[in-house]
Write a protein that binds this ligand. Structure first.
Ligand code: AMP
Ligand code: TRP
Length: 405
């Protein structure tokens, strides 16, 4: 469903008219050699089967993004170094989608403060995330990149969604339950209403496509619920956003068991040097059957083989599968090829990042321009929302402000 009365993205037409550029950084990685990462159709997404170890990236012609999608929004919390899970699960898809749709990408600092953090570190974390995105191929000529708290209307719309969604639905969110368990001394109300701020992020720009990893699908169901409740109660304003998943919906970490995540320290960072990549990969978990070099294994049960699916050529994958099944190769041989291919994917990002670091003002300029472009859109949406809701105080009482009766 298309949103009504939606403000165009400033400059987005011009950005798109300039045509596909900027994905060069990823061109050498096998992910893009196979074409842009697949996007799932919205119908495929809910309850979709997670990728298992050994499940290769689907091959074939590059799939088109769902035709109905007209505006993309996604975000990440500035709460740690980017890793290959973020990249394969979300960021690589963002880069590919820039060629096809107007895109808005947000560093969501207001979400990040629901977890323990050091205020003194926040500005550096935000800049670090922006650097990581640009290094990975987010092109500010075509996409809008900004920091969430620079557009305060996100929080205002989140409050309105707070009044529409029942508490019980929020309490059922898997991520809320996990976070409440992980930080029992800080189960703040923001952790509970987190998905409604996320819903507001998307809705305030009337975005309808949201490229994320599988762990965010439940939050997007909540976003759809929130906008549906708003539209039913106050009149049609928002489109219902759909998740757009990449083939690597869930990348497991070095432990081979849990989702790759900085907090579990099972990640490979996008900025890791070849030495660090190898130091972390060498002891990584493989198929338990391969206790000795001579024990054959089952590649489908090995997370490293899943990584071959993301990073290696079909020939290398066939070599790894055959060598594993027959014990023709050792796990170390297999890992060395993955390490080489991961490094081939990361090297251009490291170079781009180093180049950006030589121009420190550039990132700030990009973030400032992003916020400036978006503020009027967010303000226009909020005017529409307030009008539908009978909240006319800003208009009614604006002119008397300061008259000092
Ligand atoms: P996070 O780093 O958890 O804030 O996630 C940022 C984005 O990366 C979200 O869209 C996540 O769904 C995605 N993501 C994070 N970790 C993974 C992973 N291990 N596999 C796939 N996607 C991931
Ligand atoms: N919750 C998302 C995550 O942890 C981050 C996020 C915030 C987001 N707002 C969003 C993602 C809007 C997509 C759209 O990854």
């Amino acid at each position: 469903m298309l949103a009504r009365g939606r403000a165009p993205l400033p400059g987005a037409g011009a950005r798109l008219a300039r045509g596909p550029r900027g994905a060069d950084i990823l061109q050498r990685s096998s992910l893009l050699r196979k074409g842009p990462p697949a996007v799932t159709t919205p119908e495929e997404t809910p309850g979709a089967t997670p990728s298992r170890p050994g499940r290769p990236v689907p091959e074939g012609p590059p799939p088109a993004a769902p035709a109905a999608i007209t505006r993309i929004f996604s975000g990440m919390q500035p709460s740690g170094e980017l890793h290959i899970g973020n990249w394969l699960g979300a960021l690589a898809n963002w880069v590919a989608l820039q060629d096809r749709h107007p895109c808005i990408f947000s560093i969501v600092d207001l979400h990040a403060i629901t977890q323990d953090y050091d205020p003194a570190e926040m500005p550096a974390r935000i800049r670090d995330m922006a650097l990581g995105w640009l290094a990975a191929g987010i092109d500010p000529e075509r996409s809008i990149v900004f920091v969430q708290s620079a557009v305060p209307e996100h929080a205002e719309l989140a409050w309105i969604f707070n009044t529409l969604v029942p508490l019980g639905l929020l309490e059922r969110m898997t991520q809320f339950k996990d976070k409440a368990k992980n930080q029992p001394e800080n189960v703040n109300a923001g952790l509970l209403t987190y998905p409604l701020l996320q819903a507001a992020d998307i809705a305030i720009y009337k975005a309808d496509g949201v490229p994320v990893g599988e762990d965010q699908v439940q939050h997007l169901e909540m976003a759809r619920d929130a906008v549906r409740k708003f539209n039913n109660r106050y009149g049609e304003v928002f489109p219902e956003p759909q998740p757009i998943l990449s083939p690597a919906r869930k990348v497991l970490g070095l432990d081979g068991e849990r989702k790759m995540s900085k907090s579990l320290d099972n990640q490979i960072g996008l900025n890791d040097s070849p030495e660090v990549v190898w130091a972390r990969l060498a002891p990584a978990k493989t198929d338990v059957r391969r206790k000795k070099r001579t024990d054959p294994g089952v590649p489908e049960d090995c997370n490293i083989f899943a990584w071959h699916g993301f990073f290696s050529s079909p020939e290398e994958r066939a070599w790894a599968a055959e060598g594993c099944r027959t014990a023709g190769i050792g796990c170390r041989d297999c890992k060395q090829v993955v390490a080489k291919n991961i490094d081939a994917a990361l090297a251009p990002m490291r170079e781009r990042r180093a180049e950006l670091e030589r121009h420190p003002g550039r990132v700030d300029e990009i973030l400032a321009a992003g916020a400036a472009a978006l503020r009027p859109i967010a303000q226009a949406t909020m005017e529409e929302v307030r009008e539908k809701m009978g909240l006319d105080a800003r208009v009614r009482y604006a002119s008397t402000a300061g008259s000092g009766r």
